[in-house]
Design a protein around this ligand. Structure first.
Ligand SMILES: O=C(O)CCC(=O)C(=O)O
Ligand SMILES: [Fe+2]
Length: 372
């Protein structure tokens, strides 16, 4: 299948992508076979005394594991003091300290942090977004995000609509489930060299500007994002944009033989406990994961809550590269390095990279938020 001139120019970014990835992951797998032979492993973990009050040595250890591992670290505090209502969540002090040692980015506020349902359930805001199984009365048409159920949440990066700028994601367990609720991870960027070595046609196609389309059809967060699966992002960093259809999310891939092969492999590797994947079972309050959201996808298995008590509750925080990126955005594209985005000036126009857009199901189009 041949590419247009613009596509051919755009997918040239794959060479720089590979160079950076090979340096970042010196022990990257050389073949797809080698990937499929690997087992799933627990996420690398480290003990700290307490989340708020991280010592320099503890922060350095976490930074080291982040930089030399597969982009996910599990932190287990010896003691965890649950925040009083209205006090800041310990995750924020933890992140503030870690940020001084390693570039995880700056925290942003998510509009849903102030949602009346969450305030009614958890009291005043503590600066995190609560992820929990939101019960809905039967017959109610309240829309639930997949994260707000106790169902399987398939592999994805966070921040659909944030232009690929959610650099880091952190979760802290506030309260455990009865059973289930494993969180799983796969570093898709680190497997790029193996795909490139074996199937250049598939590899190239992953960089097409319209390789994948992700639609969240309903609710306040309705958006349709068209993107490459692999790309060099605005800050010159290799990134992945990937999602599996789950709940209401609709995922479409461009029709292309090579891309179909790549899709089968990536979707296989994105499943819980897949070869080379990592997993963690957050069961003790305070257990935390730090995720490189631009390289690593994550998801969680279904869970069952106890009859009494709050059940499984995660506190989630998102981090953007710079403080200047912290303004909320909800847009239909990812921010690709200018050297390549210039091949598709309409798709990557400045006004499609900031502000708020909403997907209109009837039009099958994103429209600026003012118009909805
Ligand atoms: O429940 C989990 O472990 C993960 C939830 C999730 O992926 C999210 O909130 O984005
Ligand atoms: Fe997520």
């Amino acid at each position: 299948m041949s590419f247009t001139e613009a596509e051919a120019g755009f997918v040239e970014q794959r060479f720089e992508f590979l160079d950076i990835v090979r340096t970042r992951y010196p022990t990257y797998p050389l073949t797809i076979h080698e990937i499929l032979e690997q087992t799933t492993r627990p996420v690398q973990s480290t003990l700290v005394d307490r989340l708020n009050g991280l010592t320099t040595a503890e922060a350095e250890e976490i930074a080291e594991l982040m930089g030399n591992g597969l982009g996910v670290v599990h932190i287990v505090p010896r003691t965890f003091e649950f925040p009083e209502r209205g006090q800041e969540h310990p995750l924020l002090a933890f992140a503030e300290r870690l940020r001084q040692i390693t570039p995880i980015g700056s925290p942003i506020e998510h509009p849903m942090e102030a949602h009346p349902d969450a305030l009614a359930r958890f009291g005043q805001r503590d600066g995190t977004l609560k992820i929990y199984d939101l019960p809905i009365e039967s017959g109610s048409d309240r829309y639930r995000e997949q994260a707000e159920t106790n169902e399987m949440f398939d592999g994805h990066n966070d921040g659909l609509g944030f232009a690929g700028l959610i650099k880091t994601v952190m979760f802290t367990l506030d309260s455990p489930p009865l059973v289930g609720g494993y969180t799983f991870f796969q570093n898709l960027v680190s497997i790029a060299p193996a795909i490139a070595a074996e199937d250049d046609e598939a590899f190239k196609a992953l960089f097409l500007p319209d390789a994948i389309t992700a639609i969240r059809p309903r609710g306040k967060g309705a958006i349709k994002v068209v993107a490459p699966v692999f790309f060099i992002g605005r800050d010159g960093i290799p990134q992945t944009f990937f999602r599996i259809s789950t709940g209401e999310y609709q995922i479409q891939w461009k029709h292309h033989d090579g891309l179909n092969r790549a899709r089968s492999l990536l979707e296989r590797l994105a499943r819980p406990f897949a070869p080379r994947s990592e997993f963690v079972h957050l069961v003790r309050p305070g257990e935390t994961v730090v995720i490189d959201n631009q390289h690593v996808i994550h998801g969680r298995t279904p869970f069952v809550n106890p009859i009494e008590g709050p059940g499984r509750v995660l506190a989630r925080k998102w981090f953007v590269p710079n403080e200047s990126d912290s303004e909320y955005r909800h847009v239909p594209v990812v921010d690709v390095d200018r050297r390549w985005s210039r091949y598709f000036p309409e798709q990557f126009s400045a006004n499609r990279l900031t502000g708020e857009w909403h997907y209109d199901q009837e039009l099958d189009e994103n429209v600026p938020a003012e118009q909805t």
